[in-house]
Design a protein around this ligand. Structure first.
Ligand code: HEC
Length: 203
């Protein structure tokens, strides 16, 4: 499908970036912005929304005010969605938008998944990127990992960005969860707990 510069501009403006046309067209998602820049901007929005939900909704109401819990069975338990579920609901909404200007997808993954279904979705590149951003001995720890991969004959830019323990609710719930495997870390403030994986088709 032919994509044009203006659609990229609209998307980027909508997520709050000043527009500036890049010289580097090598991995352009849109003819306007390189996929890497688009992914980075998306990450900033996703990360901010995730932090606000964890700190100002879950942590405040569950841990501080203790008026409600966050639970996987949020509907039947009359509870808040887990931050990971809130994030996935958003990703599914995005998947359902027809004719997106840029056909991106995103998900939340970890080297140490509590949800074993999440583990099954990892491609070798995603494994590699998660390893890099979440291993304290790796120079990319806490930074971004970028690469390319081919799925069903289509080429994608893949960006993997750190997902950090931004509120006590994060590590308290994970460190105490029944699905932890023996090698599961003891997370603390600001640790990288997983990665936000963003995929954008490139030509
Ligand atoms: C009340 C418990 C709870 C809280 C609070 C919580 N999580 Fe989770 N988290 C889970 C559970 C359970 C899953 C798996 C849920 C799913 O995928 O449906 C999960 C999934 C994840 C994943 C995806 C990989 C996996 O484990 O399956 C990451 C990364 C993650 N959480 C990080 C965080 C961070 C960072 C925070 C704080 C911003 C946070 N979590 C807050 C329970 C929690």
């Amino acid at each position: 499908m032919k994509r044009n510069y203006y659609s990229a501009l609209a998307i980027t403006a909508a997520i709050g970036l000043t527009s500036c046309k890049s010289e580097d067209q090598s991995a352009s998602a849109s003819g306007g912005y390189p996929a890497e820049q688009v992914a980075e901007a998306l990450y900033q929005v996703l990360k901010s929304d995730r932090k606000v939900y964890a700190q100002k909704i879950v942590n405040r109401l569950v841990n501080k005010d203790k008026v409600i819990k966050a639970h996987e069975e949020w509907e039947s338990e009359k509870a808040l969605l887990l931050p990971a579920q809130f994030f996935r609901e958003g990703a599914e909404e995005v998947d359902g938008i027809p004719d997106k200007a840029i056909d991106f997808t995103y998900s939340l993954q970890s080297k140490w998944p509590l949800n074993y279904e999440n583990a099954k979705k990892k491609t070798p590149k995603v494994e590699e990127g998660l390893e890099a951003v979440s291993d304290p001995d790796n120079p990319l720890y806490g930074k971004k990992w970028t690469g390319e991969e081919e799925i069903a004959g289509k080429k994608y830019f893949v960006g993997i960005y750190p997902d950090r323990a931004v509120a006590p609710a994060c590590w308290e719930c994970h460190n105490d969860h029944d699905n932890r495997k023996p090698e599961y870390p003891e997370f603390k403030k600001n640790d990288v707990m997983g990665g936000i994986v963003i995929r954008i088709p490139i030509n």
